[in-house]
Design a protein around this ligand. Structure first.
Ligand SMILES: [Zn+2]
Length: 314
């Protein structure tokens, strides 16, 4: 039996079940609500989150991976409160997204890695909740000095702890290749890496290359048609399944219960399908219609996530 840490403590990886590998409970701008508390109705946000997590459970989803980092306003107390009100397991991340605070510019790679390792081995803050995955990110600006530092720190924390890395990428710029090169330089086994937001790309050579070098790719932004339309996302995924790559892909939305960057109303108006149940309600039926087999869906939703959290070397 292999155990994996969740917000409410370690569970058997066999209990993960259908897992969405890249979601958020709440994303917010660090420091804003602390300074303008009228923008923050914590009870109302908890109520929204409780409903949305129950919707997920009703569709058969049993685990989400919350890839919210310090620069996305990770709030471990809030995550804990949502997890306590939910039957869906929540796996929590450490790491930094592509808007690192100045702290990360001013401190060395190993000092940053030590923070990630602390979250994984000792727990986040005083919560006792241990992170089980490391998030890092490269966006349109590419690998700047501080982004390179975070990528290398993530690699070193991965090697020190054995937990997987999951990335944010700007797929159109093929930055997943650069991330893999940096991780490989640091000695990371690329099978321990998920290159996220790969579903934003229909460049099959790019996607096959990421998987051929060992990594899993995140087909993890269903509902964000501004990056790639749904039909195209389904077509690419079905094609890669037909080519035998179902063992190297995981599914998700990159959605959230609440965000201070986009109101619930604006989400509904501009991204109507960008929510937790789009995959269950719309994408799985579309994939079946496109020839994806039930066993391949099980692989991407259940067996691949489980294997990713089981493959620790310690
Ligand atoms: Zn995300």
């Amino acid at each position: 039996m292999t155990m994996v840490e969740t917000a409410l403590g370690p569970i058997d990886t066999g209990a993960l079940g259908p897992t969405l590998m890249h979601e958020h409970i709440v994303t917010r701008s660090p420091g804003v609500q602390e300074n303008w508390p009228h923008l923050w109705d914590r009870d109302e946000i908890l109520r929204i989150a409780e409903t949305k997590m129950a919707d997920l459970y009703s569709r058969g989803v049993r685990t989400i991976v919350d890839l919210t980092t310090v620069d996305l306003g990770r709030d471990i107390t809030l995550i804990l409160d949502v997890a306590r009100r939910s039957r869906v397991h929540v796996i929590v991340a450490t790491g930094v997204w592509w808007m690192p605070q100045r702290y990360f510019t001013g401190h060395g790679i190993d000092a940053v890695a030590d923070l990630f390792i602390r979250d994984i081995t000792q727990g986040i803050g005083t919560s006792g909740v241990k992170a089980a995955i490391i998030k890092c990110a490269t966006d349109t600006a590419g690998v700047s000095a501080v982004i390179e530092k975070v990528l290398r720190a993530s690699a070193r924390a991965q090697k020190a702890t054995g937990v997987p890395i999951s990335t944010h990428t700007w797929a159109a710029g093929r930055v997943g290749e650069t991330q893999q090169a940096i991780f490989a330089q640091e000695g990371v086994d690329l099978r321990r890496v998920i290159i996220g937001h790969s579903g934003d790309s229909d460049d099959l050579d790019y996607l096959r290359g990421l998987m051929e070098r060992g990594s899993t790719i995140g087909m993890d932004r269903f509902g964000l048609d501004n990056f790639l339309p749904t039909e195209k996302r389904v077509e690419v995924l079905a094609r890669l399944c037909a080519e035998g790559y179902a063992g190297k892909m995981v599914l998700s939305h990159d959605a959230n219960c609440w965000s201070d960057m986009l109101s619930e109303e604006a989400k509904r108006r501009t991204r109507p399908k960008w929510h937790y149940t789009h995959i269950s309600d719309d994408i799985l039926p579309a994939l079946r219609k496109a020839g994806v087999k039930e066993d391949q869906i099980d692989q991407m939703l259940v067996r691949n996530p489980r294997a990713i959290f089981e493959a620790r070397e310690d």
